[in-house]
Design a protein around this ligand. Structure first.
Ligand code: AMP
Length: 361
């Protein structure tokens, strides 16, 4: 069985690493021949929307999935005419547009920050009045890791925000004074079986995920997050792994965004859960029984961003699981990560402190 993966970044690489013990083979499509996926499978080098490359991928694989959210929907539609393509294209379409995403959350009774679409400076002024200050102006499409965002604190920020982002479809969201950020990851198989991982707590810096700790134990929030996740999984008749990122404000979940794929905040599941998100994604799209999503202890994951740490110093830390994606260093780029797992939350936090001292900031 050969899985075609659109995108050969680290998520594709980790999918293949999880699939090899299941005797799965992988074929990637990526614009760059030296992407992380190249270490674990052949790459068709081409653009995600190049018809010839897509035909080659579909012809060479039994089933196609994607690891990258900004794949053109039209590309997936083309592929799905000749090969099963999962997760469903509709989930990708919605997740690519922050407005559609928030409207769907609303429709399914999933709380969101107040929001308004913005296509002109006048609409921006009206939206600021409706949503209130402080607020965040974001591009509807192609924004990730905090890119394409502008914070507004005072009325004087309206014009600069418009100058920075105007000209493409935008969304204005109320700024959430959150206590913490959490995410939930769940899988639904083609047979309709679903499983959810425990909540993870995420710390971002400059809009980029830096540290995840899991499980984040809170029975009430876990129940609410699972309810929201299952609504989305059922709505899309989903197959694969899906992630929702939430703000927690005064004990309530407020949805920020959804990702129809394996997610950075789930990397801890490789060593910290019985079955990793990567393996469960593959099991889900292949219609295999889903694996146990229970944690095996208390895990923390630290991203290596921009600069790799000294590998030997990381490996000298007992129980450190070092992942080097083999990417060239560049400011703001995710180059790898490290996970530590301990039997107790306090033990995990002690290991995390040691790990953070070894990772360049
Ligand atoms: P995003 O690209 O929407 O995931 O945003 C990246 C990060 O920016 C989030 O994880 C938050 O830390 C912050 N952020 C985004 N939207 C908001 C908001 N409406 N209120 C407060 N913080 C936000």
């Amino acid at each position: 069985m050969k899985i075609g993966v659109i995108g050969a970044g680290q998520l594709g690489q980790m999918l293949a690493l999880a699939g090899h013990p299941l005797a799965l083979e992988f074929l990637f499509l990526d614009s760059s021949a030296d992407s992380p996926g190249a270490r674990v499978g052949p790459i068709i080098t081409g653009r995600f929307d190049d018809p010839a490359s897509l035909r080659k991928l579909a012809a060479g694989a039994d089933l196609v999935t994607y690891e990258f959210e900004n794949v053109p929907v039209s590309a997936l539609e083309k592929v799905s005419r000749t090969r099963p393509c999962l997760p469903p294209v509709e989930a990708l379409r919605v997740s690519q547009d922050r407005l559609l995403e928030k409207q769907l959350f609303q429709r399914l009774g999933i709380p969101t920050p107040p929001f308004r679409p913005v296509d002109s400076i006048d609409e921006l002024r009206e939206a600021v009045t409706a949503v209130g200050l402080p607020c965040v102006l974001k591009t509807r499409r192609l924004g990730y890791d905090g890119r394409g965002q502008h914070y507004l604190r005072r009325p004087a920020d309206i014009l600069p925000a418009w100058a920075a982002l105007g000209g493409v479809p935008l969304i204005l969201e109320g700024f959430v004074e959150f206590d913490r950020e959490v995410s939930i990851i769940g899988a639904r198989s083609t047979r309709g079986e679903t499983r959810c991982y425990p909540l993870a707590e995420n710390q971002h810096r400059g809009g980029i995920l830096r540290v995840t700790r899991a499980p984040h134990r809170n029975v009430r929030l876990q129940r609410a997050a699972e309810r929201h996740l299952r609504r989305l999984l059922d709505y899309f008749e989903y197959a694969g792994v899906l992630t929702i990122e939430f703000f927690v404000q005064r004990g309530k979940l407020i949805a920020n965004e959804v990702a129809p794929r394996v997610h950075n905040s789930g990397h801890w599941t490789i060593e910290g859960a019985v079955t990793s998100q990567f393996e469960n994604h593959l099991r889900a799209i292949l219609g295999l029984p889903l694996g146990d999503t229970s944690p095996v202890g208390h895990a923390a994951m630290v991203n290596y961003i921009g600069t790799m740490p000294d590998r030997d110093r990381i490996l000298a830390l007992p129980g450190a699981h070092h992942h080097d994606y083999g990417k060239a260093p560049r400011a703001g780029r995710k180059l790898g990560h490290c996970t530590v797992v301990a039997p107790t939350a306090a033990g995990r936090d002690a290991l995390l402190r040691q790990l953070l001292r070894r990772v360049p900031r």
